[in-house]
Design a protein around this ligand. Sequence first.
Ligand SMILES: Nc1ncnc2c1ncn2[C@@H]1O[C@H](COP(=O)(O)OP(=O)(O)O)[C@@H](O)[C@H]1O
Ligand SMILES: [Mg+2]
Length: 372
Amino acid sequence: MNGEYRLAYDGGEDAFVAFEHVQKSYDGETLVVKDLNLTMPKGEFLTMLGPSGSGKTTCLMMLAGFETATHGEIKLGGVSINNIPPHKRGIGMVFQNYALFPHMTIAENLAFPLEVRKLGKAEREQKVRRALDMVQMGEFGSRRPAQLSGGQQQRVALARALVFEPELVLMDEPLGALDKQLREHMQFEITNLAHDLGITTVYVTHDQTEALTMSDRVAVFNDGRIQQLAPPDELYEAPGNSFVAQFIGENNTLAGRIKSMRGEDVTVELDTGEIVAAKAVNVTGAGERTLVSIRPERVEIDTEKLGPDAQTIRAEVLEFIYMGDIFRTRLRVAGRDDFIIKTRNSPDQRRLKKGEVISIGWLPRDCRALDA
Ligand SMILES: Nc1ncnc2c1ncn2[C@@H]1O[C@H](COP(=O)(O)OP(=O)(O)O)[C@@H](O)[C@H]1O
Ligand SMILES: [Mg+2]
């Protein structure tokens, strides 16, 4: 969904959520969020993805109103919310540790945000029932949180965040405590619910697979800054810098220096002497150091397949790993012994042997010259 909108969307006046030059310091010295600029259209599912300590939770807390920005402005529906207290922002929140009230029943937990908002009893009961049905927990209204499994508690937490029909929902690593199977199931439920109800969602995770599978767009955080903000396919296929290339998915990097540059086409002299052709991404000219980056699945061992433009290079097989659907082979390439290729387990696929010396290849456009 949102495909056309996403392309046409340039932030602009109609942004539903906007961070404008937002900075945050807890101690008055170090900035943990540095000049954050971000706009979201209504209905978007946006994920903040990044390593621990990169500032994701801080951004969510500022949006929710539990922390104040040291500098800059946060807007909701075009209006600055810097001075609006959390409970008046109309935002639903879900955290990793559910935070259900243990002494209340499930139904009472859900009714709580409605009581705070002074809704009458009949309306409360009707909304609670609807929210529980939405997450398939209709039968469990009279139980207490301790009488539910982790997954059921997380569903209730989700229902509680949605029960007062917020326009914006914030989720901070909400599935971190669940096992893999349940987590994948909940990922699916959350995105479906959000899209069906037209809710705008800011989701925080450090799990790249979760970010890629759930989101309309992903903001990759590192060191208090957004490194790249893009739809999942673009992040994976066209990482804008070395951090993103290495943080998202598996990636091979070879270090060298730009030898020549013509438009987008560069030749790179690797530190081990080989010359490779690549596509310039964020390098500016000859002489500059660079890391060239290539995805394992873009490397071919049958280099004929690639046609005359192929870049080929010598490789020594260090390890062959049978993984069922694919073969994962570790090679020594240009002095690095962590070069990974992935080949599909098709009937005619070669199974490489340790010690074998082969020629591998790729297309120059799949080899990206990034910052070193
Ligand atoms: N309440 C706080 N007081 C002081 N420092 C904090 C506080 N919360 C977070 N930090 C610091 O701010 C940085 C960003 O933290 P956080 O936003 O929690 O990152 P993330 O959610 O990406 O792991 C970290 O260095 C963290 O130690
Ligand atoms: Mg966090």
